[in-house]
Design a protein around this ligand. Structure first.
Ligand SMILES: [Zn+2]
Length: 144
C-alpha cells in the first residue's frame, strides 16, 4: 500500500481536517505526492509573477493581495497533489487521480466523515465535463 513521505505529511498537516481525511483515504488506493498545502502571501505573489513579470506559464489568477487563494488560509482550504512518481507531462494520470479524489470525497461526505464538498481544478463547476474550462489546475483540490 502506498504511503506518504514525511515531506508530504508535513505539507498535509497545514491543510483543513477534511482535506487531511480525504488524502489519507486516497493514499490507500492511489499513490500521490502532496505538493502544497498552506501557501504564504509571499509565495502566492511569486506564483502570480509566473507568466507575467517572470518567465513561465500562467499558474494562477490570484495575486494574494486583492484576492486570497484558498491556499493562503490558515489552515489551508486547498491542497495540490500529483501522482507519484511525479511526471508533470502525464496529464492523463492526473485526470484519473481527479476521478479517484472526487469519488472518494463524495463517499466520505455521505458517510459524514468530512463536512465540505470538494472542488477540483480539472472540473471547477463540478458538472463532470472537463473540456468546458478556461483554466486547468489539475493538481488542485479545495473546499467548497
Ligand atoms: Zn492549488
Amino acid at each position: 500500500m502506498p504511503r506518504f513521505s514525511q515531506r508530504s505529511l508535513d505539507r498535509l498537516r497545514t491543510c483543513h481536517a477534511d482535506l487531511q481525511t480525504l488524502m489519507h483515504e486516497l493514499i490507500q488506493y492511489f499513490d500521490v505526492t502532496i505538493v502544497q498545502g498552506h501557501r504564504s502571501v509571499e509565495e502566492q505573489a511569486e506564483l502570480y509573477a509566473s507568466g507575467r513579470t517572470k518567465e513561465g506559464p500562467i499558474l494562477t489568477h490570484i495575486d494574494g493581495v486583492t484576492k486570497l487563494s484558498k491556499h493562503n488560509h490558515q489552515p489551508s482550504q486547498a491542497v495540490d497533489i500529483v501522482p507519484y512518481p511525479i511526471n508533470w507531462a502525464d496529464t492523463d494520470r492526473m485526470y484519473l487521480m481527479g476521478g479517484y479524489v472526487k469519488a472518494l470525497a463524495i463517499k466520505l461526505k455521505e458517510a459524514g466523515q468530512i463536512s465540505h464538498d470538494i472542488r477540483w481544478g480539472g472540473d471547477w463547476d463540478g458538472d463532470t465535463e472537463v473540456q468546458d474550462q478556461s483554466f486547468m489546475d489539475l493538481p488542485h483540490f479545495e473546499l467548497r
